[in-house]
Every structure is written in C-alpha cells, then in structure tokens.
Design a protein around this ligand. Structure first.
Ligand SMILES: Nc1ncnc2c1ncn2[C@@H]1O[C@H](COP(=O)(O)OP(=O)(O)OP(=O)(O)O)[C@@H](O)[C@H]1O
Length: 325
C-alpha cells in the first residue's frame, strides 16, 4: 500500500465576509505521485493549495502532510516541503544567485546554488538582478527556490504560466525527473496538456468542490466520444439505423449536420459507415473524435451549457430537438 503523503478530508476555507471558497474537498496523494488540481479561475485551487502548505488554517475538515497538520505543526512540515507560489515576490535589487543563496542559507541540506540554477535553466542569468528578469525567468527562479531544500513534497502553483513552449517542456521534464526520483508533487495548472503530460491522477475543482477525480484516462473515459457528419440533401436522422443499436447515447442536429454521442466509438462509427456504404450515401465532413480531457473540463466548468452545441440553430434552419436514446 502506498504511503499517503497528502491526506485531505472535507476541507473548507472561508474568507472574511463569509465567502466559502473551498467547500468540502477530500483527496489523497501517495508518495512519489503527481496529483494535479484543475479548475477555472476562482475554482478554489490556490485556496486549497495554501491550506496544504500551512499558510492558513482551514475553516473545517482535516489536512495532513507527511503525517502532520501543516498549520499547527508547521515546524515539522516546512523543512520537508518546497513551495512555488503563484507570485514569488523576491527583493528586486538582489541578483538571481544572491536570492537563491540567501534562501539556501536558511535551509539545511540545501542543493548547491549553481547546480540548482542550471537545473531550472537560469545558469547564465545568475548575475542578473531579479528586477531585470522576464516573467518566464522569474517563474524559473520561483521553481529554483522551491527545489533548493530537496523537498519530499513539492507544491507547484501554476509553475509554467508565462513560460514559452520550450520552457514549459523543460519544466515538465524536470518535474517528471523529480517525481521519478520519489518527490511527491501537487500541481495546479490551467494547461490541460500539462496535466495530461504529468499527472498520475487529477481532480477538477468547480466552485470549491471536486467535480471529477481519478487517473486522466478514467476522467476522460467518463466523457462521450463523438461522430459528426453531414447528411446529403433529402436524408434525415430518421433514415439512419436505430441509434441505440449503434451504441449512440444521444444526438443533435443543425441543418444537415448531425452529431452523435457515444461511449462505444468503434461500434457507432462502424455501424454508421456500413449503413452509408449499403445505402450509397456520401457522408460529408466526417469527423470521429475520441473523448478528451478538454471536453471533460468544459462540461464541468460550464454546467448547463452543452459543449456539443445541442439545440442550437445554425445555417438558418431550426435544429431538431436533442434526443437521448
Ligand atoms: N483573500 C481573499 N478574500 C476573499 N476572497 C478570496 C480571497 N482569495 C481568493 N478569494 C476568492 O476565493 C475563490 C477561489 O480563489 P482561488 O484563488 O483559490 O481560485 P483559483 O482556482 O486558484 O483561481 P485562479 O485559477 O484564478 O488562480 C475566488 O472566488 C476568489 O475570488
């Protein structure tokens, strides 16, 4: 059984004024696991992360990091964790090397400063003042500071925001290496690709609650796949084989365009194509699309709206009503 390094039960956070930003969040992260928290702006990711980092006391629930309460037992937890906040806020006049050296001086067993700067891609910027760094370089400095104490648990709040594509890939490699060497990582991100690349498991937060949680593949598998196409003039959805027999769970149309939803993509696509061949029907703009994390995210982030565009009227013709079969 994995050693549970982060253990969160029914966590709540209430800000002054009574706003409840975290509303009963529970999850666990095992040693050496990388867990990603996703969610729209304001979903509660940073508010949750700060409770785990011991920066605030929860209004309710329970947090354990490395077996301790990170707020009341801060001295037991702080030396063993690395924290990369959304904004570092370092003294502007110090150089990069001075900044990291200063922090290393307060940390027992710190990594060598020069090596750490190399690791995060700031080796050539060691003598530059913090105020002269670009946004992406500041993010790399934040990461260096989080790594300097060789943390067992690393908290990364949007670590690649502001980085260019290459910088992002480099950070991913570094984070993956750390994880592979046993570091437990909790990461928040707005980049779904980042979560897909890195996360062993993830949770999608929405309005302070976990709306979906699991391995990326499981969260995606809960979403339907789609087959969309255009029927030729004179053909209607009713001309297709019974949709339930194709494993289709719902559909919508807009003009001649038809979109089928299914959890059995191969069955639906095969049935449709065999029908088209036998009926000698040419399906226009055929698109077969497996479910994606983006779709899962959008469905959660925009409840009430259908990412399929169900019920819309495009092309000047009224849409058929959505039919769930
Ligand atoms: N100090 C505060 N006082 C009052 N409300 C706050 C405070 N900090 C955050 N909030 C509110 O709590 C909610 C959650 O904010 P939080 O920063 O945790 O979201 P987030 O998911 O990290 O968002 P983002 O992706 O924009 O960083 C938001 O509605 C935010 O306005």
């Amino acid at each position: 059984m994995t050693d549970q390094v982060i253990d969160v039960t029914d966590l709540r956070r209430v800000y002054g004024g009574g706003f409840e930003a975290v509303r009963g969040v529970s999850f666990g992260v095992g040693r050496g696991e990388l867990f990603a928290l996703l969610g729209t702006n304001g979903a509660g990711k940073t508010s949750t992360m700060e409770l785990l980092e011991g920066l605030a006391a929860p209004a309710g629930g329970r947090v354990r990091v490395l077996g301790h309460d990170p707020y009341t037992e801060r001295s037991a937890v702080r030396p063993r964790i690395g924290v990369m906040l959304q904004e570092g806020g370092f003294p502007a006049e110090l150089t990069v090397a001075e900044t990291v050296r200063m922090w290393a001086g307060c940390t027992s067993g710190a990594r060598p400063v020069a090596k750490t700067l190399e690791t995060v891609g700031l080796g050539k910027r060691a003598g530059v003042r913090v105020k002269q760094l670009s946004g992406g370089e500041k993010r790399r400095l934040d990461l260096a500071m989080a790594l300097i104490g060789r943390p067992e648990v690393l908290f990364l709040d949007e670590p690649t925001t502001g980085l260019d594509a290459e910088g992002r890939r480099e950070t991913w490699e570094l984070v993956r290496d750390l994880r592979d060497n046993g570091t437990t990582v909790l990461l928040t991100t707005h980049y779904l690709e980042e979560a897909e690349e890195l996360a062993d498991r993830l949770a999608i937060l929405h309005e302070g609650r976990i709306a979906a949680e699991g391995r990326v593949a499981d969260v995606v598998a809960a979403q339907p796949s789609h087959v969309s196409f255009e029927l030729p003039e004179g053909y209607f959805v009713g001309d297709l084989p019974p949709l339930a027999e194709l494993g289709v769970s719902g559909h919508e149309t807009s003009g001649r365009r038809v979109k089928l939803r299914t959890h059995e993509l191969q069955r639906a696509a095969t049935g449709l194509l065999l029908w088209a061949r036998d009926a000698q029907v040419e399906l226009g703009a055929l698109d077969v699309r497996a479910a994606s994390l983006e779709e899962a995210f959008l469905r959660i982030a925009r409840p009430g709206t259908n990412t399929d565009g169900a019920g819309s009227t495009r092309g000047g013709r009224p849409a058929e009503k959505e039919l769930t079969v």
